[in-house]
Design a protein around this ligand. Structure first.
Ligand code: MN
Length: 226
């Protein structure tokens, strides 16, 4: 007999390129203000280090679908990001060993209800409603990866026009530093996804827009907002 009162929700999963087995998502951590030019456009102080926030695991949207325009916003923004997928965990992981936790990388979009984020900031309230809403984390398939992290071009386009165009190498905290910092705050485990922050020129999207993006060497993402 099942120990559960009702059938538990299915575990959110992300496909892995070329493999039948999928990546079961445990947690989604995100880095805020990890590119200097984006930190400036968000009104941040140049001395403030990046920081973490979270999305629920079931915010992931596997590749290939449409995404419904979310409720309660008039200002939905895209944020293209490199996503690190962990195949192992740890606590207080030194920077030199942090990349050992990596299973692979994916391309994600940190969808943001910017109007709710601005309101929360003004009132000193948390970001959950602005960042952690349903379907707020569309993601590509994961590409297995070992060794030095991606360093190349990261871009996002809307309806064929490039809006964000930068280099992953411009991150303030690199991937190893992000993992090491996160592991001081949480026990990391296999199945964790870390969105590593977005470069400058975030902006709004509306119903009907076609969003596409890429991180060189990692993969591409595309979805239609309906
Ligand atoms: Mn972001």
């Amino acid at each position: 007999m099942s120990p559960y009162l009702f059938e538990p929700s299915a575990r959110p999963v992300v496909p892995v390129e070329g493999e039948a087995a999928v990546f079961p998502v445990r947690r989604i951590l995100c880095v805020g203000r990890n590119y200097a030019a984006h930190r400036r456009e968000m009104g941040g102080d140049d001395r403030d280090p990046p920081f973490f926030f979270a999305k629920p695991a079931d915010a992931v949207v596997p590749p290939g679908g449409e995404i419904a325009y979310p409720p309660a916003t008039q200002n939905l923004h895209y944020e293209i990001e490199l996503v690190a997928a962990l195949g192992a965990g740890g606590v207080d992981v030194p920077v030199e060993r942090a990349l050992d936790l990596i299973l692979g990388y994916a391309v994600g979009v940190d969808l943001t209800r910017r109007d709710l984020q601005s309101a929360a900031r003004d009132k000193g309230q948390p970001w959950d409603a602005a960042k952690g809403f349903d379907a707020s984390a569309p993601i590509s398939a994961i590409r297995r990866w070992s060794g030095a992290p991606p360093t190349g071009r990261i871009w996002l386009g809307v309806n064929g026009e490039v809006r964000q165009d930068a280099t992953v190498d411009d991150m303030i905290w690199n991937v190893a530093e992000i993992i090491s910092e996160a592991s001081k705050l949480w026990r990391l485990e296999a199945g964790d996804l870390i969105f590593t922050g977005t470069p400058e020129r975030v902006g709004p999207i509306v119903r009907g827009d076609r969003v596409e993006g890429e991180v060189a060497g990692v993969g591409a993402i595309a979805f239609q907002l309906v």
